[in-house]
Ligand binder design. Structure first.
Ligand code: MN
Length: 254
């Protein structure tokens, strides 16, 4: 009998003892969101858990300003059913001479693009999140298949993309560098020279409000609509907003 080799066809009939698909570009979104979900308690944070995925003709991008332990801007690009994500400490720059560090972080669900609010202190990423910019993007490289172009670019550590956001427009590059001490991949986010480039600009500090709601970080932090805790007796009931919770429920279970 011929020896079985690992082929594309074989993956469909893979035995249970075979190793799981690694969390790479070929893994299903459900698998690729495992780390995102492991870090979060969705009964305590209003962040989305992420459900079935959808595909879009024009993939989305979002930049969320995140006042966690350290202020940073999370750049997320829709790809293969998830949001590929980078934490950019200084935020994007429209100045082509400025290279901004972008630390690759775990894939996020596409629904995260809608998230603006407060992650409870003590939870993963605790702090305030603002939708700082959003829109669609297009692959900017030479591969005739844009999906494949992005996939290969992420693998290779070098790709171009063109944003059509409210604040961020035009052509950009993400280029991977050496991993940091913790082994996490570090990239550089660079604006290309084009009609949208603004030498000497500091777009991140020029815009202090949400493109989704117009709120400042302080207003988001002070808002009571998007953050709720489970009650402190240890019962996890908080997937509903406070208004829907009965005051001082006397349940003893949980
Ligand atoms: Mn973040």
């Amino acid at each position: 009998m011929p020896k079985k080799t690992t082929t594309r066809k074989a993956t469909a009939t893979r035995k249970k003892s075979s190793p799981a698909t690694p969390a790479g570009t070929s893994a299903k979104p459900e698998t690729r969101l495992a780390e995102y979900r492991r870090k979060r308690d969705f009964s305590r944070t209003a962040e989305p858990e992420g459900g079935p995925t959808r595909t879009a003709h024009f993939p989305a991008f979002v930049v969320q300003k995140h006042a966690a332990r350290n202020l940073h801007y999370d750049l997320r690009l829709e790809h293969d059913g998830v949001m590929k994500s980078w934490a950019v400490p200084k935020g994007p720059s429209m100045d082509p001479s400025v290279k901004r560090l972008a630390m690759e972080v775990e894939d996020h669900p596409i629904e995260y693009n809608e998230f603006e609010g407060t992650i409870p202190q003590g939870e993963y990423g605790g702090g305030t999140v603002m939708v700082w910019d959003r829109g669609n993007y297009a692959y900017g490289g030479s591969n005739p298949d844009p999906e494949q172009g992005i996939r290969q670019g992420i693998k290779k550590g070098d790709f171009k993309f063109v944003r059509n956001g409210k604040r961020l427009k035009g052509s950009w590059a993400l280029v991977r560098m050496r991993p940091d001490k913790s082994g996490k991949p570090q990239w550089l986010l660079i604006k290309h020279q084009d009609e949208y480039a603004i030498p000497g600009s500091d777009v991140a500090t020029e815009h202090q409000t949400s493109v989704a709601t117009g709120r400042s970080m302080e207003e988001i932090a002070g808002g009571r609509s998007r953050v709720w805790h489970s009650n402190r007796t240890g019962q996890k009931t908080a997937t509903q907003p406070p208004a829907a919770r009965k005051p001082a429920a006397r349940t003893t279970g949980g």
